[in-house]
Design a binder for this molecule. Structure first.
Ligand code: SAM
Length: 284
C-alpha cells in the first residue's frame, strides 16, 4: 500500500509596505498552497486579492492561538496538505508569530521551506552605511524605562551594529536613553517607512537624532528601524595622522608604528593601534 507524501510548510515573506516587493515565488507558493496561516486574516486577504488569489482557505495564526494552530497545521501537513505561513508584513518569526508553528513542524519531522523576501531589519542594514560584517538584531526593546536602559547597557555597540524595531511614540525615549548609555556621539541611522511613500533615512549621531526628532525633521509617524553603533574612535584622526601611520606601517609592525605615531603627535596610541589593525585587515 503506498503512503501519501506529507505536505510542506512554506514560511513566506511578504512586502513591508510596497506591494511590488512581493517575489514571484511568494505569489506562486501562496497560489499553490492548500491553506494559508496568517497573523491577521484580513490583512492577508487584501494581499491575496491584490495578486488575484481567490477562494484560498486562510486560518488565523497569531500570538494568542499559535500552540493550537501549530498542532492543527502539523495534522494537515501529515495528511498531505501544503501550508503557507505569512505574517502581516515582512518575514514571519522576525518579531512576528510563527516560531511555535515552525518548531512543531520540525519536531514532527516534516519539512519547512523558506520563501525569502522583505524584512525591515535587512532593508535598513542594506542602506544605513554602518558596519554589516557583524550586527545584532534585538527586535523590540522592553517598554519600561528601567528595563530598557539596563537592556541597552548590555548591548555590544562598540563591536557591531545593533538593529532595533521601535514604535514611533517610543523613538524619542529610546534615543534619549541611547545618549545616556552609549553617548551623545553614538552613530545612529533612523529608517522610517521603508519602501513606502514617505520613506526617510536619517544618519547622524545620537544627540542630533534627538534634535531631528524633536524638531520634526524626522516625524514620529509610521514604522521605524533604529541602527546604532558606538562612534568609531579612529574617526577622530586627521588625514595627516592617518598618512603618518600609513608611512610608519610600511616599515614597522602595528604596535611600534602606533607607539611612534603617538610620540610624534601626542595622540592616544590605542587609537593609532586600532586604525593600524584596521588598515592591516583591509590590506589583506
Ligand atoms: N516581520 C517584520 C520584518 O520582517 O521586518 C517585522 C514585524 S514587526 C511586528 C513590525 C516592526 O518592524 C515595526 O514596528 C517597525 O519597527 C519594523 N518595520 C516594519 N515595516 C517597516 C517599514 N516599512 N519601515 C520601517 N520599519 C518597519
Amino acid at each position: 500500500m503506498s503512503q501519501s507524501r506529507a505536505g510542506d510548510l512554506y514560511v513566506v515573506a511578504t512586502p513591508i509596505g510596497n506591494l511590488a516587493d512581493m517575489t514571484q515565488r511568494a505569489v506562486d507558493v501562496l497560489r499553490d498552497a492548500d491553506i494559508v496561516a496568517a497573523e491577521d486574516t484580513r490583512v492577508t486577504a487584501r494581499l491575496l486579492s491584490a495578486y488575484d488569489i481567490n477562494g484560498k482557505p486562510v486560518v488565523a495564526c497569531h500570538d494568542h492561538n499559535e500552540d493550537v494552530v501549530a498542532r492543527d497545521i502539523v495534522d494537515r501537513l501529515a495528511q498531505g496538505a501544503s501550508v503557507a505561513l505569512v505574517s502581516d508584513a515582512g518575514t514571519p518569526l522576525i518579531s512576528d508569530p510563527g516560531y511555535r508553528v515552525v518548531n512543531a513542524v520540525i519536531e514532527a519531522g516534516l519539512r519547512v521551506i523558506p520563501i525569502p523576501g522583505p524584512s525591515a531589519a535587512m532593508a535598513a542594514l542594506s542602506v544605513a552605511g554602518m558596519t554589516t560584517d557583524r550586527f545584532m538584531f534585538c527586535g523590540f526593546l522592553p517598554t519600561k524605562k528601567v528595563a530598557r536602559r539596563s537592556y541597552l547597557s548590555e548591548l555590544p555597540f562598540s563591536t557591531m551594529t545593533v538593529v532595533i524595531y521601535e514604535a514611533p511614540h517610543r523613538v524619542m525615549d529610546t534615543l534619549i536613553d541611547l545618549c545616556g548609555v552609549v553617548g551623545d556621539n553614538a552613530r545612529v541611522t533612523l529608517c522610517r517607512e521603508l519602501t513606502k511613500q514617505y520613506e526617510q533615512i536619517w544618519r547622524g549621531d545620537a544627540r542630533k537624532a534627538v534634535e531631528a526628532v524633536d524638531s520634526g525633521i524626522v516625524p514620529v509617524r509610521g514604522e521605524f528601524v533604529l541602527l546604532i553603533s558606538a562612534p568609531n574612535v579612529t574617526d577622530s584622526l586627521s588625514a595627516d595622522d592617518r598618512r603618518l601611520l600609513e608611512v610608519l606601517l610600511a616599515e614597522l609592525p602595528p604596535s611600534r608604528a602606533a607607539r611612534v605615531a603617538s610620540e610624534l603627535t601626542g595622540l592616544d596610541k590605542r587609537v593609532f593601534y586600532e586604525l593600524a589593525m584596521d588598515m592591516k585587515v583591509k590590506s589583506y
